[in-house]
Ligand binder design. Structure first.
Ligand code: XMP
Length: 425
């Protein structure tokens, strides 16, 4: 038996490449699925502490897409889709405008009333400050020189719209729930994401083949972790619009620990890319690298490896717009974040959807807290700035050119040297 070798984010570094443009000019436009372009290559995980309509709406306004989780009844998921599809496009709808003279208490009262996380203060027609809700109830940060506004100016969000000018949104589905598929399609969903922990399964493949045949929206399949899974799918199901790759890398994943099965996101991308390249389909059928991203560098490595977008729960879970509960611990504010195969999520699934199928009977996810980060606008703005810098180092000017970038294996000595060292901090 030949033992394979897995490579993950910390095993590689981005090889600096010849830059032909400045990093700020790097174009991050990419493909979420065959027919859906995104302007930011970072999308949200379908998890019940991450993506419901509020986060999906904010992401679409910023130029990306959210995948509404399926841990809810069909009716509720349909409602989530409709709320995004019927909302106005502008990101400024999430920001309250106020005059500088208005007392802070009055502004924060209006913010609470409208359920809005940030307010911009104007002195005449000029922006003079910003108020950002920092956590529970009466906590607000006030800043005169707003980094949020300068970041927003920097990358000028372009909303992600369908042909009718409505914001785009995706939804997670089970491969065995045709009623849900039909309802979501009727509600105007833009893409369906088959959401299975191990999609390389003959029953899932035949169900997916049927769904793809009977639906007019893009169908993305996951999760898979090997070259042979891509080849199997493409030989048995016609018209798949994307793959979600990586098994067990997520920050809340217990799969690898509990079952021993693991396909690190970076290796899964490399394998899937190899399969697609053999078929001449790399770039035509987009790869979503899913889970395990701790920072912009990890995302850039996955893109260079061949992914079109990166899916993250962890990096977005601290946002104001997620459904996760806020908690205060020792003076700091956190949001709840949990795996979809954690005890809490599994319990909610049965409570909310009596049609859900029993799972394997083991917990494959953990529940915990992540620091509260305020509006997702600033999280995304930071990711965009960081990704442009990272791809700039790789010598890339867009996602396709990033695929021609290089990754190098690093030694543990190299990894140590790459960190700050020999300093008293
Ligand atoms: P991050 O690293 O962003 O990863 O937290 C999010 C991705 O993890 C997957 N996911 C799970 N995997 N058990 C797992 O093994 C779980 O309970 C679980 N919940 C989510 C999923 O692919 C998600 O996008």
């Amino acid at each position: 038996m030949k033992i394979r070798e897995y490579i993950t984010f910390d095993d590689v570094a981005i090889v600096p490449g010849k830059a032909v443009i400045e990093p700020s000019d790097v174009d991050l436009t990419s493909k979420f699925s065959k027919n859906i372009e995104v302007y930011i290559p970072v999308v949200s995980s379908p998890m019940d502490t991450v993506t419901e309509w509020r986060l999906a709406l904010a992401l679409a306004r910023l130029g990306s897409i959210g995948v509404i989780h399926r841990n809810m009844s069909i009716e509720n998921q349909v409602l989530n889709i409709k709320l995004v599809k019927s909302s106005p496009q502008s990101v400024w709808f999430e920001v309250l405008k106020a005059r500088e003279e208005e007392p802070i208490e009055s502004i924060t009262f209006r913010m609470d009333e409208a359920g809005i996380g940030s307010a911009i203060l104007f002195s005449g027609s000029l922006v003079s400050g910003i108020i950002v809700k920092s956590g529970l109830d009466q906590d607000y940060w006030y800043s005169k020189a707003s980094s949020l506004i300068s970041l927003l100016r920097e990358y000028k969000p372009t909303p992600l719209l369908d042909e009718d000018g409505r914001l785009r949104v995706a939804a997670a589905i089970s491969p065995f729930d045709e009623r849900r598929v039909k309802a979501l399609e009727e509600a105007g969903v833009d893409a369906l994401v088959v959401d299975v922990a191990h999609a390389h399964n003959v029953n899932v493949i035949s169900s997916v083949a049927r769904i793809v045949k009977n639906t007019s929206v893009d169908v993305i399949v996951g999760n898979i972790g090997t070259k042979s899974a891509v080849l199997d799918y493409l030989s048995k199901a016609d018209g798949i619009a994307g793959f979600r790759v990586g098994i067990g890398s997520g920050s809340i994943c217990l799969t690898a620990e509990v079952t021993g099965a693991f396909a690190p996101t970076l290796t899964a991308v490399l394998e899937a890319r190899e399969a697609l390249e053999e078929l001449g389909a790399h770039g035509k059928i987009p790869l979503i690298a899913d889970g395990g991203f701790r920072n912009v560098g990890d995302i850039a490595k996955a893109l260079i490896a061949g992914a079109s977008t990166a899916m993250t729960g962890r990096l977005l879970a601290g946002a104001e717009e997620t459904p996760g509960t806020k908690v205060r611990v020792g003076g700091k504010v956190y949001k709840q974040y949990r795996g979809m195969a954690s005890k809490g999520s599994i319990e909610r699934r049965y409570a909310e959807d009596r049609y859900s199928k029993p799972s394997k009977g083991i917990e494959e996810g953990i529940e915990g807290l992540v620091p509260y980060r305020g509006s997702v606008i600033s999280i995304v703005a930071e990711l965009v700035a960081g990704l442009k810098a990272a791809l700039g180092y790789a010598g890339a000017w867009n996602i396709e050119s990033a695929w021609r970038g290089e990754l190098a294996r690093i030694t543990s000595a190299g990894r140590e040297e790459a960190k700050p060292h020999d300093m008293i901090i």
